[in-house]
Unconditional design. Sequence first.
Length: 392
Amino acid sequence: MLRLLHTADVHLGARHADLGDAAAAHRERQFAAFRASVDLAFAEKVDIVLIAGDLFDSNTQPKRSVERVAAELTRLVDARIRTVIIPGTHDCYDRSSIYRAYDLEAMSGSGEDDDLVTVLTPDRPSVHLAACDVEVHAVVFPTKRAPHSPLRDLKVASSDSGATWHIGMVHGSIAIPDKTDRDEVVVTKEEIAATGLDYLALGHWHSAQKGKARSTTYAYSGAPEPVAVNQGGAGNVLLVELEVQGGERYVRVEERQVGRTRFEKVDIDGAKLGSQPELAKAISAKADPDLILEVRITGVRPDELDVRTQEVEESLKGSFLRLRVRDVSMPALSQGNLPSPDTIVGAFIRDVEAKVAELEADPADAPATEAAELRDVLRLGRLLLSGNEVTL
């Protein structure tokens, strides 16, 4: 049996402009996920670790960051676990490549006479790991945008290594009409099927996915930690087992969590809220520095409930990795007997409610926001005309 740990899209050194003050903490969280992946490689006694591109978020990284990565790879070297790395689209193998600037193999303690750490490049498209009876293939380009599919000419039948297993590595998208046309690297399922590979380790998509094209099993490991706050499918690496039983070849792929970031969506009924402090208290009960929380205020809210979502987010931002509060609730229409239409209040309510009813009766002809805005006009008008003080 051959055991692999497949990861990709670690994106070490990402700036995370969308996280503000939490950006530095999330960079550390990403490195912790990389270290957890190495720990898992030990725990599961894998033979090879595959890093299918975008280990680094860019080719501009401080030396200290590269040294931290090398220290983790050294742990694998010391345990005689092989590591194979390919550049991605963020750390691509162009003239400024981080893999040209630093000899990651030597920094990790891998020497010229061993195959413990291998960075595949345009000049080295494959490596035969004899101790594992496997050949790892990858077509790497010296530019970010591939001139053609990296699988175009890759055929296991043309290999003369004699290895039992053939593994491929690609950092790019599987072709989806009208969606991947502008991606830098694109392969098709037909090309995957034609390779004859046992397993294709993919990077570039940040959520774990797997499939099969003829005899080739392929999978995206996803990012071990989310690179963006909307990537709920991230947080895993893949454990891959390849085995021959009764003359049949089997490939098993299993997701394992290494990331700490969690995602949660919560709906809160506006009709049950008494005040903004009450909302803040309900949200703070979920406080977790590893949680990306999205809160929606829904339903029909009372006139007296005035919620400023930005104030709530600002007051609680230190309690979460990221907090977003959205108010999609609607003010109620008038209840009970209306004042006489001859009064200002009565005329106002009737005019606005008639317009709201018209808009909501045929939403296809009017933006939903227009009806919602008129409901809010109705709420504020009722408060003002009833003598209440309103702060805009």
